[in-house]
Design a protein around this ligand. Structure first.
Ligand code: ATP
Ligand code: MG
Ligand code: MG
Ligand code: MG
Length: 468
């Protein structure tokens, strides 16, 4: 069954509407909750309901939620399944139905509506969740060996150190069933893709860490729209689905490239541009402006990465507005605020791009000076510290510095560069380390961790081009 991305979204929402769920619109990427940086999951707008701070609008709800996960930024273009911006389809029960219905419907949606063959699906459950295990095995009929027990890190979700929490269960799709069932390693992402996560919020955790059953048991789920599109459209990755590929093609055309025959590195750059431009247009549409703080910094970093990857493709004049136009055209029917904010999106992008291009030009001048100095002193190498300054302050990736140096017969002290990079990472590690924006991660902790990370060391307005 091949469905467009729009049809998949509509099909999901209609399926759950037919099961008594109220269809609610996507909330903004900027959460109401001031302690949270960006909307990272479909459940975030409902967090006050799950915490009992607000009444539910209806016992059951379903949404397609715009999400941004900056923790996946390094994965963009490199894995087949990760984006910064993506849409999470979800069905929610606020003290209404629980595990049995959630599992039954997720299975029906996957195998009957989307027609995924049952023998291509593998299930993960939390190690101690005998109830979920039994439901999958006895009620659904999944063979026991295809239900994989996982530990707390992967399959237990908590909204904070205390409060509502519970086990989760995920559905994976198998791209290579011919490899057989002897080894089912869900971490092997050439073979498996996680597409649906069912969270069973059934406990309250107190300050001593004790779990007590909640009076109201909740369901929170997330299904990645782009991942389902990849599966149903039989594409090798999310990027080549109809949800993103037209944007990539626009960028390729602007650069005079053909995606199909491009090499791996070029494809990564095109995917990064396709991904980040989606994130950027939605962030600006939701009111975020580029800055060196918080969300504004996320936006700035994304725009700079787009520009940088554009340059890797030979696009050295402003091009982001043209790519943004393609993104807006592709998504405006679903998200009309993109059209309403069209002018703001373009002017913000243009301003940021020009500023960054100026920074890059200054970097080019510095590099020229450094080359002259090296040549004058008879050295055949550029220093690692200098290469790092170019990278960190002027947004020059190491490869670019190397390329330019090579043109005049110089090498770059790569070990020295990496030592500097390592030192910088060390400095940022305390803040970065535990950021896991998965729903398993604590959202409360997340808020505490993300803020200091983003505020860290970006005081000087231009020396913030930490682009990787
Ligand atoms: P993964 O293990 O693949 O990184 P996850 O376990 O972090 O995914 P969840 O937090 O469980 O993801 O989110 C629910 C669903 O949202 C996932 O099953 C997936 O379909 C989708 N999803 C999560 N992160 C991304 C992303 N970065 N890009 C696209 N889809 C995503
Ligand atoms: Mg996962
Ligand atoms: Mg998951
Ligand atoms: Mg993840």
């Amino acid at each position: 069954l091949s469905l467009s991305g729009d049809r998949i979204r509509q099909t999901f929402l209609t399926f759950y509407a037919d099961k008594g769920h109220r269809i609610l619109p996507s909330a903004s990427l900027v959460p109401e909750d001031p302690t949270v940086l960006l909307t990272i999951a479909g459940m975030l707008p409902f967090k006050p309901i799950f915490l009992g701070q607000r009444p539910a609008p209806s016992p059951r709800a379903t949404t397609s939620q715009k999400c941004i996960r900056t923790n996946d930024i390094e994965n963009v273009g490199r894995t087949q399944r990760h984006h910064t911006f993506f849409e999470m389809l979800g069905n929610f029960s606020f003290g209404d139905y629980f595990k049995k219905e959630a599992i039954t419907w997720a299975w029906e949606l996957s195998t009957v509506v989307f027609q995924l063959p049952a023998d291509r699906l593998v299930i993960s459950v939390f190690r101690d969740d005998d109830e979920a295990f039994a439901l999958w095995r006895d009620h659904i009929g999944v063979p026991e060996h295809r239900i994989i027990a996982m530990g707390e890190a992967d399959n237990f979700w908590a909204s904070g150190p205390t409060g509502p929490c519970g086990p989760c269960s995920e559905i994976y799709y198998d791209f290579h069933p011919e490899l057989g069932d002897a080894v089912l390693d869900l971490e092997d992402d050439r073979r498996f893709i996680e597409f649906y996560n069912l969270v069973f919020m059934q406990y309250n955790r107190d300050a001593e860490g004790h779990l007590t059953p909640l009076a109201a048991q909740n369901i929170d789920t997330g299904l990645g729209l782009e991942r389902m599109a990849q599966i149903l459209q039989a594409k090798p990755n999310n990027y080549e689905t109809d949800l993103i590929f037209p944007i990539i093609e626009t960028a390729a055309t602007l650069a005079g490239l053909d995606y199909g025959s491009a090499d791996a590195k070029t494809k990564i750059s095109l995917k990064v541009i396709g991904d980040h431009v989606r994130a950027v247009v939605h962030l600006i549409a939701d009111g975020v402006m580029a800055s060196n703080l918080g969300r504004g910094y996320v936006l700035r970093r994304l725009i700079r990465r787009v520009v940088r990857h554009g340059r890797l493709l030979g696009l050295d004049r402003p091009f982001t507005v043209a790519v943004a136009e393609a993104a807006i055209a592709l998504m405006a029917e679903t998200y009309p605020n993109l059209r309403e904010r069209d002018a703001a999106i373009k002017s913000e992008l243009e301003r940021e791009e020009v500023r960054f291009l100026e920074t890059l030009e200054r970097g080019e001048k510095l590099l020229g000076d450094l080359i002259q100095q090296a040549q004058a002193s008879g050295s055949s190498q550029l220093g690692g510290v200098d290469a790092f300054t170019l990278y960190d302050t002027f947004g020059f990736p190491l490869e670019l510095t190397q390329e330019i140096a090579e043109e005049v017969g110089l090498t770059v002290d790569v070990a020295g560069f990496e030592a500097e990079m390592e030192q910088q990472k060390e400095r940022g590690r305390a803040a970065h380390e535990t950021i896991d924006l998965t729903v398993q991660g604590s959202l409360d902790q997340l808020a505490e961790q993300v803020q200091p990370t983003v505020f860290l060391g970006y005081g000087d307005s231009e020396s913030s081009a930490s682009l990787v």
